[in-house]
Write a protein that binds this ligand. Structure first.
Ligand SMILES: Nc1ncnc2c1ncn2[C@@H]1O[C@H](COP(=O)(O)OP(=O)(O)O)[C@@H](O)[C@H]1O
Ligand SMILES: [Mg+2]
Length: 334
């Protein structure tokens, strides 16, 4: 994602700088605070309990996929907590050399959780080095070079790898197969997002009425991180323009001023839609052509704009390209 996007787009589900402190403060600290995702939650808890019952030090490796901001990192923390385990956090792009991965692995303790975020971006050399580790907890290290080179086999303590990815399709088959279970995090329902906003407002100590909760939920892209970020924006407005209490008037003012419409769409989303409508007669149009005509990066469209536009039924993906739906036309006419 480019600088420009993180600065201008308020409803992007990706973590931006201002989210870090907020994420930390609002992150659920127990299963009961982790709203929704019932299936993933249940299955994960069963995996942990079953491993315990068998007397194993930790459950199988787990993979979580789903859009940014849906709660993958939070789940990893909750799992480590439930396991009473230590957690090591890293990410695919952060591990540049195999030596770095070896250092992480050899420093793990029995029963630890290793969380690798954006695991689809782990480089090939590291990935291949990880295979025997994930299967047999055996690390084959190359020591020295030239004629003096030899391999040493190291035993790694049993641990649980938790991988997270926004792009399951970019994960290689062999890596995917080494996870004992794969879970997809789903978009949240309106009611679930409302619950999350209610809880967050309580933690932030801000008064908010039910109508405002609904207004924020509607614009949140059904993504907890976005909901929390919007809540914070509205709170800022309430503090500066009012007495700190959030009401529908303040909420409306905030969204008007930030240019976020009732569906949570911003200028970038509207640009994609109007491009398909005006330059391609509503489609079908190929993604590359849309990107060029809208003057947007293809990957940004695929990762940021399109998933939500498809989810709310404004864009339809067909074998011949993207189509703007009647729903989208109706929305933009208003
Ligand atoms: N199920 C949930 N219930 C309550 N809050 C959640 C939930 N999932 C995510 N959040 C909130 O959204 C923020 C982003 O979640 P995170 O786990 O960092 O998402 P991801 O790792 O998938 O990008 C967290 O700080 C947390 O406050
Ligand atoms: Mg995360």
């Amino acid at each position: 994602m480019t600088e420009k996007n993180t600065e201008t787009k308020k409803t992007t589900p990706e973590q931006v700088e201002e989210d870090r402190a907020l994420d930390l403060a609002l992150r659920p600290k127990g299963w009961d605070e982790y709203i929704g995702q019932k299936k993933a939650k249940q299955n994960v808890q069963i995996m942990i309990k079953a491993a315990e019952k068998r007397g194993e030090s930790c459950p199988d490796h787990m993979l979580f996929h789903g859009n940014s901001g849906l709660g993958k990192t939070t789940l990893a923390y909750l799992i480590a907590k439930e396991m009473n385990a230590g957690i090591r956090i890293t990410s695919g792009p952060a591990i540049k050399k195999s030596g770095e991965l070896a250092a992480i692995l050899t420093n793990l303790s029995e029963g630890d959780v290793l969380f690798i975020d954006e695991i689809h971006r782990l480089n090939k050399v590291c990935e291949e080095m990880a295979y025997p580790v994930l299967e047999e907890f055996n690390l084959n290290l190359m020591v020295g070079n030239g004629p003096m080179a030899r391999t040493v086999d190291l035993n790694i303590p049993r641990f649980t790898l938790i991988g997270a990815t926004t792009q399951l399709a970019l994960l290689s088959g062999p890596l995917r197969n080494r996870f004992g279970a794969t879970f997809r995090l789903k978009p949240y329902s309106k009611e679930e997002i409302e619950k999350i906003i209610r809880r967050s407002a309580e933690i932030l100590g801000v008064k908010i009425d039910e109508e405002s909760i609904k207004d924020i939920a509607e614009r949140s892209r059904f993504t907890p991180r976005v909901a929390n970020r919007l809540l914070k924006r509205v709170r800022d407005f309430a503090e500066v323009e009012g007495d700190g209490t959030i009401n529908p008037k303040i909420t409306k003012k905030t969204f008007d001023s930030l240019n976020i419409d009732e569906k949570g769409l911003e200028s970038g989303d509207i640009n994609i839609l109007t491009t398909i409508m005006e330059k391609f007669d509503g489609g079908p149009a190929g993604i590359k052509a849309i990107a060029a005509a809208a003057n947007e990066n293809k990957d940004t469209i695929l990762e940021i704009y399109e998933p939500y536009l498809v989810q709310i039924g404004f864009i339809k993906r067909t074998s011949r390209g993207r189509i703007a739906t009647e729903k989208a036309y109706n929305h933009l006419e208003k």
